[in-house]
Design a protein around this ligand. Structure first.
Ligand code: DSN
Length: 420
């Protein structure tokens, strides 16, 4: 136990015990929530550093408090490294997480009441893409497009063009949290250009895969603004990143500070800088390639065992299993059954789901976290079998206990970075 942890253990054994419990849960189970990952030990070092003590409102060279020689250096490194790995002209590394990141983009570029065309939430869009329950959904007017699940999730760009001409959005948004395919950003750009709309891609889930060059980069198609969280496939600390053309910096930066936030969390910004340095290394491309290979293996394994996947496969790190169609059980029941064998997933709506979000028709799975541990395509095939057997007989206690033991044994071969 390191010195900081020893102090916590002595002073607050309740919190220390809860952290120890979470360490055990993370080490002994297979993490399949596609937005989760295990960050680097080097990032954990920045998060627990004295940078958490420092206020740094403003931007490097233009702060509202003194004592910024080190925070300026850290933020400049983070910005330069982010621009390099994403081939962006400007980066804002201060958003505290994904929701404020996207809010800042809307407030930076739009007026209240302006129209945004975004993906339907049940087809893969995200809460921050204008869900009616979100503040953004109340301030701006969100119109929707859908995918074609029966055609491998394709987007009907002729239909999208007609929709753009009909609703004349100020912004066309593409991005997702449960869409298992890649986007044709050039086609989105052509549609948006037809009426001079801004192009915005939220690549939060696939940020690491784009940085590694194994999935398409929206900037190659000339997008105006791109956002990503830093803690998903990028493996960094919790945080948000806004990337844009140089000409848009004067809209983005004031929208983050002072428009929406106060002092940036400089310990997280330092962690993001370390993350971007890691993402520039050749080993990160191998990691990202392995995430995709594992997702393909998991999807193929599940389908071979008889599971129905939304869009019948995946081109990225995630997939959605239609548990009603496959096993006759809703997503909540499936999530709970898999929890019992030590495989963590999340319940998920499927396109045009007739069921409510807390009892939807499916579950969502992803491979970034287990790939970080070093799990392989062979492991994915075993996990697929365990999952399908469990979902076929979620009340078979003896079989569940046996599989839980098998999951724990598999996990022991793959330590979690930062634990132990
Ligand atoms: N919670 C994240 C996800 O799971 O997609 C994004 O908000």
């Amino acid at each position: 136990m390191d010195a900081y942890r020893q102090k916590l253990h002595s002073f607050d054994p309740d919190i220390d015990a809860a952290i120890a419990g979470e360490e055990g849960r993370q080490a002994d189970g297979v993490e399949m929530i596609p937005s989760e990952n295990y960050t680097y030990p080097e990032v954990l070092a920045t998060l627990g550093s004295v940078l958490t003590n420092k206020y740094a409102e403003g931007y490097p060279g233009r702060r509202y408090y003194g004592g910024q020689e080190y925070t300026d250096a850290i933020e400049n490194l983070a910005r330069d490294r982010a621009c390099a790995i994403f081939r962006a002209e400007h980066a804002n590394v201060q958003p505290l997480s994904g929701s404020p990141m996207n809010q800042a983009v809307y407030f930076g570029f739009l007026e209240p009441g302006d129209t945004v065309l975004a993906m339907d939430l049940s087809h893969g869009g995200h809460l921050t893409h204008g869900a009616p329950v979100s503040h953004m959904g109340k301030v701006f007017k969100f119109e929707r497009y859908k995918s074609e699940p029966s055609q491998n999730g394709a987007i009907d760009f002729d239909g999208l063009m007609a929709r753009v001409k009909a609703v004349r959005p100020k912004m066309v948004l593409c991005g997702y949290s449960s869409y298992p395919r890649d986007y044709d950003y050039a086609a989105f750009k052509r549609v948006a250009d037809e009426i001079g709309a801004l192009t915005f891609a939220d690549i939060s889930h696939i940020g690491g895969l784009v940085a590694a060059g194994v999935m398409r980069n929206p900037f190659d198609a000339g997008f105006d603004v791109v956002t990503t969280t830093t803690h998903k496939s990028l493996r960094g600390p919790r945080g948000g990143l806004i990337l844009c053309k140089k000409a848009h910096a004067k809209k983005v930066d004031p929208a983050v500070f002072p428009g929406l936030q106060g002092g940036p969390h400089m310990n997280n910004v330092a962690g993001a800088a370390v993350t971007f340095k890691k993402a520039a290394e050749p080993a990160f491309k191998d990691y990202a390639t392995a995430i995709l290979a594992n997702a393909k293996a998991l999807a193929a394994g599940l389908m071979t065992e008889g599971a129905k996947l939304v869009t019948d496969g995946t081109d990225n790190h995630l997939m959605v299993v239609d548990t009603i169609a496959s096993f006759g059980i809703d997503g909540r029941t499936a999530e709970q059954a898999l929890d019992r064998i030590g495989i963590t997933t999340n319940k998920q709506v499927i396109p045009d789901d007739p069921r409510p979000p807390l009892r939807p028709s499916g579950i969502r799975l992803g491979t970034p976290a287990c790939t970080t541990r070093g799990m392989t395509a062979d492991d994915m095939r075993r996990i697929a079998r365990w999952m399908v057997d469990t979902l076929r007989a979620p009340k078979d206690d003896a079989a569940i206990a046996k599989r839980h033991a098998e999951v724990r044994e598999l996990c022991r071969s793959y330590p979690v970075p930062g634990i132990g």
